[in-house]
Design a protein. Sequence first.
Length: 225
Amino acid sequence: MQTDLSIASLILGASALVKFVMLILLIASLASWALIFAMRRQMREARREIQAFEDAFWSSEDLTGLYNRVSKQSETAAGMEAIFESGFKEFARLRNHGGLDAADILDGAQRAMKVTVSRQLDAMESNLPTLATVGSVSPYIGLFGTVWGIMNSFQALGNVHQATLAMVAPGISEALVATAMGLFAAIPAVIAFNRFASDIDRIFSRYDIFIEEFLAILRRQVNAR
């Protein structure tokens, strides 16, 4: 009689602990894919926002007018808009304060923008630890299920007088499904983690460049005054 070695039958025929391991890996895989799609959309929106704001910034001849437009939507401002808003707001406050030299005014504006950048970075990187955890832990969880399944298979062989490959193959195949599921959960998570980490680095490099260019414009305004 031929043994059914299809994936579905192997999963259904696995022991309770191996099934529990597979369930954990399935949940981890679904969660990582949900984060992958969410972060992909977040990175795309961040790049679109950067391009749109840079176009508005460099085409604007009045920074005060641009600030007024951005501040009206301060609750929804994010990314480069939020950086510009915080920097210009602090710049205007310190400039109107009086008794401060140009260096102090520019340092205050720079600190305000750096704080906003840090908040943006925390928000963008909030899901990266989950992807890193899934990518690093899933293979070990799958390996645990495999080892447990193989142990059960060999323990069952101790009750027979003559072992054959047909008797061993189903149990080992069931156990190896857990390893396969662990790799299936881990590989996309690791690839996505590296990709999104690189995207975030590029986005924040553009933020840093904008801060330097914006400070140069503010420096000219202070010196002109």
